[in-house]
Design a protein around this ligand. Structure first.
Ligand SMILES: [Zn+2]
Ligand SMILES: [Zn+2]
Ligand SMILES: [Zn+2]
Length: 374
């Protein structure tokens, strides 16, 4: 005997749900709004709470966890007091604890890294220094790379890869380069408003078809770089990423090219994708396109989308569902820069689970795309 589940409607967007109140997406929106509206007193209270509940910082369901991220994501704050308390306890997770850490805290992290003898601690400390991210942190991680350490051999990735989590890395001479941008914009849909922002458009459907599955290709994102807000990207005109919405999740990495005249093309075929003929529903594409043509943008702190499963952002730090994955540009072979994250269920009409991460090499005019899910 099956029992009918009672249904309700989200009090905000009227989507059908199985409980009273707001749907998951509307609740997440409310949380961001509340976070951005926090007062200095709210921040001070939450920092104090985290300090006295450090043990709970890694427990998703505990207040300490969300308080820490509220302060960092929405107010860009980690207090020195909290950093000192974490350092005293040898706490290295999340590495974001050490964002903006002052010299004396950084120096102690470096000191510990230099004396470190085990793989796990070494990798944690490098991640913390990646988040701190100043030139001394770079020097410390570079020295580890240059001199080598017995524990390094057991790591899956070199020290320069650990720096990616801080949106930077270094070349073989220890010279810094960025693998991301510090400016950050939230992309939100705004279907009730006709006066929407056209600087960014998501999920535009193109005429070309995918050679693997026959689906229409899409521009998961296009950005008008002549708009002053996006001058930080360092490109000109409207730049368009192009991919197959159905196949991008089945290849290690997808690339596309953009050109000075505003056109673009996907680099197809994709590696490792078999031709299987299940194309994405045209109706889903249409709905995502309609939503993606009516967006609202707001500038937010760099970690705004760093611990949020549903936030679509340009710039700042990504919420990597798996490990940080910075692609090498297919032309110059140098690491690309992380540019944007688009959760599928929010922006691409649930065609997939997970998130599409978009990266760029402005020198070679290439986009790279990576799909991750749990
Ligand atoms: Zn809702
Ligand atoms: Zn396809
Ligand atoms: Zn390149």
């Amino acid at each position: 005997m099956t029992k009918e589940r009672k249904t309700y409607h989200c009090q905000q967007c009227e989507k059908e749900i199985y409980y009273e109140g707001l749907c998951w997406l509307c609740r997440a929106k409310q949380k961001r709004k509340d976070g951005l509206a926090m007062t200095n007193e709210d921040v001070a209270y939450k920092q104090k709470y985290v300090i006295s509940h450090l043990d709970e910082l890694d427990k998703f369901e505990d207040p300490a966890y969300s308080y820490f991220w509220d302060c960092l994501s929405y107010q860009n704050v980690v207090s020195e007091e909290l950093q000192q308390a974490a350092l005293d306890r040898k706490m290295y997770i999340p590495a974001e604890l050490y964002c903006y850490a002052p010299e004396h805290i950084r120096d102690e992290l470096i000191n510990r890294l230099n004396q470190c003898t085990n793989r796990l601690e070494g990798s944690y400390l490098m991640s913390c220094l990646a988040m701190q991210g100043d030139d001394m942190s770079l020097e410390a991680i570079y020295q580890i790379k240059k001199e080598g350490r017995p524990w390094l051999e057991d790591l899956y990735a070199g020290p320069e890869i650990y720096a990616y989590s801080g949106n930077w890395s270094f070349d073989e001479n220890g010279k810094r380069f960025e693998t991301g941008y510090s400016k950050c914009y939230e992309i939100d849909d705004d279907k009730d408003n006709d006066n929407t922002d056209k600087a960014v458009i998501t999920a535009k459907v193109r005429e070309e078809k995918c050679p693997h599955c026959g689906s229409s290709l899409i521009e998961p994102i296009s950005i008008d770089c002549d708009d002053e807000r996006f001058s930080f990207i360092g490109a000109k005109g409207r730049i368009r990423a192009v991919c197959c919405p159905g196949c991008v999740g089945f290849t290690e990495s997808a690339f596309s090219s953009y050109f000075d005249d505003g056109t673009a093309s996907a680099d197809l075929p994709y590696e490792g994708v078999a031709d299987y003929g299940f194309c994405t529903e045209e109706q889903d594409l249409k709905e995502a396109e309609e939503k993606g043509a009516k967006l609202r943008l707001r500038e937010v702190p760099p970690f705004f989308g760093a611990e949020d499963w549903e936030a679509a952002t340009i710039g700042g730090f990504a919420h990597w569902i798996q490990d940080v994955q910075i692609l090498n540009c297919p032309c110059c072979q140098k690491p690309m820069k992380y540019l944007a994250q688009l959760p599928w269920d929010n922006f691409l009409n649930g065609m997939c689970e997970g998130t599409l991460y978009i990266e760029i090499c402005t020198n070679c005019k290439k986009f790279g795309m990576v799909h991750q899910q749990t």
